[in-house]
Design a protein around this ligand. Structure first.
Ligand code: NDP
Length: 479
């Protein structure tokens, strides 16, 4: 299957006509190719976006909203096709793509189609000065959206939908590892009547295509989701050009379990928050801290349940753990297991590559639980981004809070307790962008989303995203 760039409403190969291989992680085989785009393609995408901007930014909110809703509806109509494409490209279980990834991509468009009609500017009377101020929220112009491979269409559309709803035109790059659904989205945008040039999708490597986007002097804002190292690199390039930046980066999220929680609910959810999408979700709770009084019971039950998870080919409806996204990701995870063992971590289950019959070259890895002695070990400090979690006991609230906050990251945290006062006390002190109490990954799209410390900069979601994708201009009129 040959993927093409989507520039100015047209599907095109890269200017250089060079290609990259696209791998199917379930069998390790190349199943398609995608453009290996360069600066020339990004420049063309920028020109298309720039010329679409004057009309799109003046298009009524009703019309923009109508087109976004149409995109959302078409995603729902073609849900099965998109889910299959996502599952093949990424290795995630088809079930997950059907119930999470694609429905959420459709929701992203629908949500921002509605949000833009509710987003309004403010005005203030300057009392005693006979003046009135009003603040316009104007679209920025051409913006860059760069997204990772773990939730490909879900995160790609999380950026694109608010950007175009707010009246911007976009140059976007999906991860080169999972380009397929972004490509299919181009078809749907065309069918929905999105004017040419409003959304331009350029495929290629981060270090060339992505780099050309962030270096482009006239792409005025960058919304990026990906690794912390890449985020730091982007910030360095963008800062001297004073680009607006939103960075959603890595995490090393604590999952804190007190003995007064609803145990079964906690156990069920902890299986998901540890291993959903093969643990490749920035919000996964990879450091699990358990109150000593229930530590041994939890350890036994958690290991038992984890061993029951069905690893299999992503296309099978009963598969719970699919393939990792790439060979390099598999190697990275194996390396972390070696390090954990060297640092006296005890592998309680998993820890090995897994072979799925007939798909011996796929990138499968067992869900893994490692018992650690200290929170300062590598596996508790570095983002593994795979089906690997650590467990360790704690005795006091202060102790666990201190461990939870001892990491360079600050994305999310999960807390299990029925003690209301404690849940508020701890939530207020956790150094993270979002806390879930007695649940995990329950998302309301109106809420601000993002991390602190090395987990990023800025917030997306709801009006926060619309604020990011608009520039505030105050106008003061004396009367
Ligand atoms: P990367 O940082 O490697 O890549 C993210 C995107 O940036 C890809 O499209 C990549 O292209 C591109 N890119 C790489 N280098 C550059 C560059 N120099 N200039 C511009 N773009 C570049 O992250 P991964 O794709 O490996 O994704 C995993 C990471 O994403 C994890 O750390 C995870 O925690 C984080 N993440 C954060 C989330 C959040 O909301 N905070 C949500 C989901 C994931 P290419 O693929 O070609 O390298």
């Amino acid at each position: 299957m040959e993927i093409q760039n989507f520039i100015n409403g047209q599907f095109l190969p890269s200017v250089s006509n060079k290609w990259l291989d696209n791998y199917n992680p379930a069998n390790g085989e190349v199943y398609g190719k995608l453009p290996n785009s360069t600066k020339a393609d990004v420049d063309n995408a920028y020109i298309a976006a720039k010329s679409a901007f004057p009309t799109w930014s003046q298009t009524t909110l009703e019309e923009r909203s109508r087109i976004l809703i149409k995109i959302s509806e078409l995603l729902e109509t073609h849900l099965q096709r998109f889910a299959e494409a996502e599952s093949i490209d990424n290795g995630k279980p088809i079930n997950l793509a059907q119930t999470v990834d694609i429905p959420r991509a459709a929701s992203n468009f629908r949500f921002f189609a509605n949000a833009i009609t509710q987003y309004s500017s403010e005005s203030h009377e300057s009392v005693g000065h006979q003046a009135i101020n009003y603040t316009l929220r104007q679209p920025i112009g051409v913006v860059g959206c760069i997204s990772p491979w773990n939730l490909p269409l879900y995160l790609f559309t999380w950026k694109i939908a608010p950007a175009i709803a707010a009246g911007n035109c976009v140059v976007a790059k999906p991860s080169e590892i999972t380009p397929m659904t972004a490509y299919l989205l181009g078809e749907i945008c065309k069918e929905a009547g999105l004017p040419k040039g409003v959304l331009n999708i350029v495929h290629g490597l981060g270090k060339t295509t992505g780099q050309a986007i962030i270096e482009h002097p006239d792409i005025e804002a960058i919304s990026f989701t990906g690794g912390t190292t890449t985020g730091a690199h982007i910030a360095k390039i963008a800062a001297p050009m004073f680009k607006k930046l939103s960075l959603e980066l890595g995490g090393k999220n604590p999952n804190i379990i007190f003995d007064d929680c609803d145990y079964n609910d906690m156990l069920e959810t902890t299986i998901r928050s540890s291993f959903a999408n093969q643990g490749q979700i920035c919000l996964c709770g990879s450091r699990i801290f358990i109150e000593s009084s229930i530590y041994e019971k939890f350890k036994k039950d958690f290991v038992e349940k984890t061993k029951q998870l069905k690893i299999g080919h992503p296309s099978k409806s009963d598969t719970q753990i699919g393939a990792l996204v790439s060979k390099s990701q598999l190697e990275k995870i194996k390396n972390y297991i070696t390090i954990a063992k060297e640092e006296n971590g005890v592998v309680l289950c998993g820890g090995n590559e897994f072979t799925v019959e007939n798909f011996e070259n796929g990138y499968y890895f067992e869900p893994t639980i490692i018992e650690v002695k200290t929170n300062t070990c590598t596996i508790n400090q570095e983002e593994v981004f795979g089906p690997v979690v650590s467990i360790m006991p704690f005795n006091t609230e202060d102790e666990v809070l201190q461990m939870a906050n001892t990491t360079k990251y600050g994305l999310s945290a999960t807390l299990w307790t029925n003690n209301l006062k404690r849940s508020i006390r701890i939530s207020n002190q956790l150094q993270v962008g979002l806390v879930w109490v007695n649940t995990w990954m329950l998302r309301d799209l109106r809420t601000p989303f993002g991390g602190t410390k090395a987990s990023g900069l800025g917030r997306e979601g709801g009006f926060e995203a619309l604020r990011f994708f608009t520039e505030a201009k105050n106008i003061c009129i004396k009367y």
